[in-house]
Design a protein. Sequence first.
Length: 457
Amino acid sequence: MSPHATGRHHVHRLAAAGVPLAVLAALATAGPAAGAQAPGARSADPYVTRTATVTRTATLGDIPLGAFSNALLPGTVVDDRGVDLGGIGSDIYPAGREGEFWTVTDRGPNGQIKVSGTKRRTFPVPGFDPSIVRIRVVGDKVKVLDAIAVTTSSGKPVTGLSNQQGRDEAPYSYDARTPLSYDPDGLDTEGIVRAADGSFWLVDEYGPSLVHVSARGMVLTRYVPKGLDLTGADYPVMEALPSVLSHRKTNRGFEGLAQLPGGDLVLAVQSPLSLPDAEAGDASLTTRLLRFSTKRRAVTAEYAYRFDPVDVVDPSEDETSELKISSVVAVGGNRLLVEERTDKAARLQLVDLGSRANILGGRWDDDTTSPSLEQLQDPAASGVPVLSKRLVVDLGKVSGVPGKIEGIARVDHDTLALINDNDFGMTDGADAFDTQGRLVDSGVETTVTYVRLPHGV
């Protein structure tokens, strides 16, 4: 059968694609980690529960990226430049069985190299196709169970390349010397949830956009801001999001995605909009959450979310622009956990999406409003119904939690599973690759970390 006949290609084909059997065996190794405690288990000592603690850590083994990609869509990657599978820490969502989760990669290996004083965005493996990856935590190992390539209507890879010239960063080769082509199908996938019918919802940073994907990985519809005028895509594109989102900061579109009990989705804009300009966005503490009805295929509410000061989230950081929302998690009713983070620290806040906080369609969605929502020093004093929040846990103070946590899943009332984005082992700069064009790996691994909360959520 043709690899594009069904649109779904399982990662168990990796053995045939050349992944060393020893690697797969290592990933399949079972048995609990030394000293590990079962997720959600309570300590007999009541004093232990007063602080959040790491109860288990598991690490993804090395799987060559070319073998992984070509097992899903043959011929996709010509040269992986020594890069291993990574980046699956863009989000994590429970898969229905203990220790199993759905994860999603981002757009693939990418970095920045400064050329003549200007930073260029590099794509060392331009043929890489964003993928949905099912994993299982087995002792101290993360095992890949399955993978689904995200494809266009005709079964072609969506790629992770920039969409639109003049709006997105220009794509370049690994050494920043050769321009690459833009791809209107390209997706920088981030958040993931799975619907009751087996399909997936993803969010993307480019549009920013909400993407509905079939159980086999085919893009069913991509929802983008009104007026974006994304043409040439090989899948349906619908302009159904507020036009004000077209002011998203470059590479800071949607990153968090949650599914409420009734099926509605909550989308988080990673950083404040660049409204009216980049300077205002970089200085702002106010970003936005949107509620999307999967039944009506429309945004039904919008909320103003206020970050804590950056030095409260991360005492080592003084740049407000480093604040991001990377994950939102539904915890019952209209309640959410919202992750405020920098690359080194993160705090989880509990919020309630009350109907009185809805600002959709008002003056703050008009990009001619001055001052903009992002420019207000105290939005509440200006009559904006900012979401109230309560701190649940400061992950920056929990020993054993890695940096750059981008995905959070609720395991049970007391336990969260965290996953980090290891950026495929890449770093920025010309030294990311050696003189033969092979990756100089950062040594940062993809890790799933279980954290038990002191009071549950």
